[in-house]
Design a protein around this ligand. Structure first.
Ligand code: GLA
Length: 669
């Protein structure tokens, strides 16, 4: 799979159960508060504290001026308190003196807007000037603290590419050209890859190429796709430069916090994962989505995929509201616990919060924290302490892995290609399709790993391939081979259309899967928002239809009405020892669940008994035993059949999971 994960998460705070941690910004507080912070951290059971994330202007207040006194002191206090440190390199946001002295490092948007300092991450990722200053900072920090016994982990920068992933300045343009030279070697290869004869876009030399900034019309999709790839690589290069400095000076593991979440799409973490000593993710409930909780489950499964199935660390989440959504909702009673347990169920061996103490100033003063503005005498603080106790009691399951017979294929590259300008329908949003497929699996009680195209597929009986628009011939062949060897694949519309150069495969859609599926589609016929079509199996579908014929597949359902009326909408074909299904439209949520449940049953993939839309049930297993996680998101109590010991109470399980409650059961052997 993806990663070379070499560090056990639980080793970061050995002897403390699962990792319980937080971001801590002591520079925002008077020194007199620090001892109280450490005392309260001990009370809550905090074992790992991220500091110096935004420390640049504190430790390097002017060019050539270094002041580590406060950082020395706080690391010392935490160490004395038995709390380990997740040490930020401090490069996340340049100090004002740097941008004042070198305004050329400021990032530029696609319309030429210069993004000014005053927020955070105001630097161009390709800027050699920024990189030189960042390297000096990291070197100083690593030299000073590389061997400090409190340091458990290096935290490179912070959420690399969160705000500045795409920069269109001259330094970025120069770096983009360098990246293109390395990829294509000669300009004609680039011309072929981008199809530049179209609209007179043919380049005579690499020097003529620029990033795909705002244009009068639709932009060249090949150029846009390569710019996305380049931009992800530039952020990874920032990570690698820091990691190299750290590794030369310290034997502690190195990582950075990923943003596997619905609103960030510019980083292809499949290409990053093997550079991390452990996989860490930041995740906040996104209340802008219809199904925020479903998105959490998907993100956790994808994070586990990045870790190659190994346990991972939730580096940031919130106890309550965030402050960056239009409506920052408080968590409902029990919701924090359900969220945390869902992450653990899906492979997290540690949970850290942003942040320790709620700020009184700055842009995040209305963001929740472990210790709220109200102080210790608050329900939130009591919940924080209680959570520490629960994580402590779950310690024995550290290192176990999630059990899954199904896989969902996911690709950032394909996301970029599928949502390019000039696509058949704006209603076709890649992530929505992925979430819908993941929800269908979850609703049917099936746990899925999320894997990259080209990843190992042999252990899965069921493969779900939603809207995988861009896929290489080799990766498509791997899916066909898995089917030949007995797996069942469900491939949904808009998959397999283009190759890695975003070039459409001709002869009928979906080119990469036409033979495997035994179908041939001649024309897309997307649907309008709100429009539905009826299918002959009694279900309804939306978003998409297409005009296809079968060339060996069996028709499971046809369109009753809509632009492709009379034609096939769901097909199935036996191939080798397995089956390949095609969904040419988007089933409603219930219909999707029923369909996936039926297909899974025929593929011999057993659902978790009792699992469903409101009841999340996932199993982790390993040397220490088998653990069943039950999260009742619903409003009614449920009964489950598992027998074993409740890991939180230590008592034998009663079988009842009240509305809103969670159970983690060590199953009887
Ligand atoms: C991100 C950042 C943190 C903080 C939180 C707020 O995860 O890494 O610094 O801004 O968001 O939710």
């Amino acid at each position: 799979m993806a990663a070379a994960v070499s560090t056990r998460i639980s080793s970061l705070t050995e002897g403390r159960g699962l990792v319980f941690g937080c971001d801590y910004n002591p520079e925002q507080w008077d020194r007199s508060v620090w001892p109280e912070d450490v005392r309260l951290m001990q009370e809550a059971g905090i074992g790992l504290v991220a500091i110096n994330i935004f420390g640049w202007s504190s430790i390097n207040p002017a060019k050539g001026v270094w002041d580590f006194a406060a950082l020395d002191e706080i690391i010392g206090l935490l160490h004395e308190g038995g709390i380990r440190v997740n040490l930020g390199t401090g490069t996340a946001s340049p100090a004002p003196w740097l941008t004042a002295r070198h305004p050329e490092i400021l990032p530029v948007g696609e319309d030429g807007t210069v993004f000014h300092p005053g927020g955070r991450q105001a630097y161009c990722p390709s800027s050699p000037v920024f990189r030189a200053y960042a390297a000096e900072l990291v070197t100083r920090v690593a030299d000073r603290y590389g061997d400090h016994p409190a340091v458990a982990l290096w935290h490179v920068s912070n959420e690399l590419g969160c705000h500045n992933a795409l920069c269109y300045c001259d330094a970025s343009a120069e770096a983009f050209r360098g990246w293109l030279r390395a990829r294509y070697a000669d300009i004609d290869a680039l011309n072929r890859a981008w199809g530049t004869t179209f609209w007179s876009q043919r380049y005579g030399a690499f020097d003529e190429v620029r990033p795909p900034a705002q244009a009068l019309s639709l932009r060249n999709p090949g150029q846009v796709l390569d710019f996305q790839r380049f931009s992800s690589d530039e952020q990874l290069a920032l990570y690698r430069a820091e990691a190299e400095i750290l590794r030369a000076r310290s034997d502690r593991p190195v990582t950075t916090n990923f943003m596997v979440t619905a609103h960030i799409r510019n980083l292809d973490y499949w290409t990053w994962a093997s550079d991390m000593d452990l996989i860490a993710n930041d995740h906040y409930l996104d209340r802008r989505l219809d199904d925020a909780r479903g998105e959490l489950s998907f993100a956790a499964d994808l994070t586990r995929g990045l870790a190659g199935g190994a346990p991972w660390l939730l580096m940031e989440t919130s106890t309550g509201a965030v402050n960056w959504q239009p409506y920052n909702l408080a968590k409902a009673p029990g919701e924090l616990r359900r969220n945390v347990v869902a992450h653990i169920a899906r492979g997290a061996d540690g949970i850290c919060f942003f942040q320790w103490r709620a700020s009184t100033q700055g842009a995040e003063k209305y963001h929740s924290a472990l210790l709220p503005h109200a102080g210790e005498d608050s329900a939130q603080w009591r919940e924080s302490v209680e959570l520490g106790g629960i994580l402590d009691r779950l310690g024995e399951l550290a290192g176990t892995e999630v059990v899954a017979d199904a896989a969902l294929l996911f690709s950032w590259e394909s996301w970029w290609a599928a949502e390019g300008e000039g696509r058949p329908s704006e209603g076709l949003e890649y992530l929505q399709q992925v979430h819908a497929a993941h929800a269908a699996l979850a609703d049917a009680g099936i746990t899925a790993d999320v894997v990259r195209p080209g990843g190992a597929l042999d252990r899965y009986r069921l493969l779900i391939v939603p809207a995988l628009h861009l896929i290489s011939d080799a990766d498509a062949a791997a899916i066909a081979r898995a089917v030949e060897n007995g797996a069942t694949a469900v491939i949904t519309f808009f998959s397999g259309i283009v190759d890695e150069e975003d070039r459409v495969r001709t002869g009928g859609y979906p080119g990469a899967f036409r033979e495997l599926l035994g179908i041939r589609s001649e024309e897309f016929a997307p649907l309008l928002p709100g429009q539905t079509v009826a299918l002959t199996d009694g279900t309804t579908a939306s978003t998409w239809s297409e005009r296809l014929t079968t060339t060996g597949a069996e028709i499971v359902a046809s369109y009753v009405d809509g632009p492709a009326a009379g034609g096939p909408a769901i097909t199935r074909r036996r191939h080798g020892g397995g089956e390949a299904w095609y969904l040419a439209s988007q089933p409603s949520r219930d219909d999707y669940r029923r369909l996936i449940a039926d297909i899974a049953a025929s593929a011999d993939v057993a659902p978790q008994p009792g699992a469903g839309r409101d009841v999340e049930i996932v199993r982790r297993a390993g040397e220490s035993g088998s653990y069943l996680f039950i999260i009742n998101h619903g409003v009614s109590d449920i009964e489950i059949t598992a027998t074993g010991r409740d890991l939180v109470t230590g008592a034998p399980t009663t079988g009842t999971v009240p509305a809103g409650a969670v159970r983690i059961i060590k199953e009887d052997a």
